[in-house]
Design a protein around this ligand. Sequence first.
Ligand SMILES: NC(=O)c1ccc[n+]([C@@H]2O[C@H](COP(=O)([O-])OP(=O)(O)OC[C@H]3O[C@@H](n4cnc5c(N)ncnc54)[C@H](O)[C@@H]3O)[C@@H](O)[C@H]2O)c1
Ligand SMILES: O=c1ccn([C@@H]2O[C@H](COP(=O)(O)OP(=O)(O)O[C@H]3O[C@H](CO)[C@H](O)[C@H](O)[C@H]3O)[C@@H](O)[C@H]2O)c(=O)[nH]1
Length: 337
Amino acid sequence: MARFLVTGGAGYVGSHTVLALVERGDEVVVLDDLSQGHRAAVPPGVELIVEDIANRERLHEVFAAWRFDGVLHFAARSLVGESMREPLLYIAENVSNTLRVAEAAIKSGCNRFVLSSTAALFGTPDRIPIDEDSKLAPLSPYGESKLMAERGLEWAQQIHGLNWAALRYFNAAGADPQGRLGEDHDPETHLIPLTINAALGRGPELTVFGDTYDTIDGTAVRDYVHVTDLADAHLRILDRLAAGLSGRYNVGNGTGYSVLQVIQAVERISGRKVPYRIGPPRAGDPPVLVASHARLRHDTGWTPKYPMLDDIVRTAWNWRSANLAGFAESGGTSEKR
Ligand SMILES: NC(=O)c1ccc[n+]([C@@H]2O[C@H](COP(=O)([O-])OP(=O)(O)OC[C@H]3O[C@@H](n4cnc5c(N)ncnc54)[C@H](O)[C@@H]3O)[C@@H](O)[C@H]2O)c1
Ligand SMILES: O=c1ccn([C@@H]2O[C@H](COP(=O)(O)OP(=O)(O)O[C@H]3O[C@H](CO)[C@H](O)[C@H](O)[C@H]3O)[C@@H](O)[C@H]2O)c(=O)[nH]1
C-alpha cells in the first residue's frame, strides 16, 4: 500500500482517480479548494483538506506531515475560453501552482509526480493520430501553461531527480460505470454533459460550433476517452514512476467522433431528441484531435476498457439522469471562488 496526495481530487477526473486508487488499496489525501470540486465526490474515509494550492506554507506542512509516496496534480484552471480572456492569470497560476506542488514534494522526499496535461499542447496538429513527437504549438494560454509546467518539471527531474509523468488527456468523458461519480462543472463547457442537459430539457439548446470543417460531416472531431480509463492510466503510470521511469504520454482512445455523432449517440442512449442549432466555429478550435496511445500501451499495457462512444455516453447519461442537480443532490457543495 502506498500513500498519495491528489490535488484537485474533488473534481471530475481527480475524483474518479481517487476512487480507483482507494479500490486498489492505496491511501489517499485530497487537497482541493472546492472552487470546482465537490465534497460529495470524495469517497468516505478519504481525508479532504480544503485549501488553495497557492498556499505554499500549507503545502509544505501537508507534505511534511503525511510523507507521501507520490502526488497526482489535477488542480488547475482549465477553461480554454476563459484563458483567452485571462491569459496572464492562467499562465501565472497553472505554472506557479504546479511548481509549488513539485517543490514541496521534492523537499519532503516524495519523488513521484503525475501532471494532468492536455492535448491542447498540440494546437492544430501536424498529423493525425497525434503522437508524443508531434509539434507542440498551443493555441491558448491554457495549453501554453501546461506546456510550461511540463518544462518546469523536466528541470526538476534533471536537477532534483524528480520522477514525473505528463498525461496529456484528450477529451475526458463519461462517468463511473457504477454510477458513484460523474461530471458536474459550473459553468459546464464540455460537449457531452451539455448535450445531455439539452436532451433532458435542463439546459439551453446545444450550439454546434461550426459545420464546415473538413471532417466526416463538417463538425469538429475529438477523441473522447472514458474517465475511468484515464484513472487507470494514472495507476499504471504511478507504478512506472516507482521504477524511476519518467515520460510524457498522450491518453486517448485513438478514435475520433464528430459533434453530430455525439448528438446522435445521446439521442440513441436517451431515447430523446437533442435540440440544437448550428453556430459559428469557436475561436481556436482545431478541426480534428485524435491521439495515438501507442507509447502508453507499450510502456504500461494500458488499453481503454470503454472505447465505444455509446458506452461513454451511456455512463454519463446514467449518472446525470440519476443526479439531475449533480452533486448538490447528494448533499455536496461547491465553494466558489
Ligand atoms: N476534462 C478534460 O477533458 C481535460 C482534458 C485535458 C486536461 N485536463 C486537465 O485535467 C485536470 C482535471 O480536469 P477536470 O476536468 O477534472 O477539472 P475540474 O475542474 O473538475 O477539477 C479540478 C479540481 O481542482 C480544484 N482546484 C482548482 N484550482 C485549485 C487551487 N488553486 N487549489 C486547490 N484546488 C483547486 C477544483 O476545485 C476542482 O475540484 C486539470 O488540470 C485539467 O487542466 C482536463
Ligand atoms: O457547446 C458546445 C461545446 C463544444 N462543442 C464542440 O465539441 C467539441 C468538444 O468540445 P469541449 O469543449 O467538450 O472540449 P475541447 O475539445 O474544447 O477541450 C477539451 O480538450 C482540450 C484539448 O484539446 C483541453 O484539454 C480542454 O481542457 C478539454 O476540455 C469541440 O469540437 C467543440 O467545438 C460544440 O460544438 N458545442
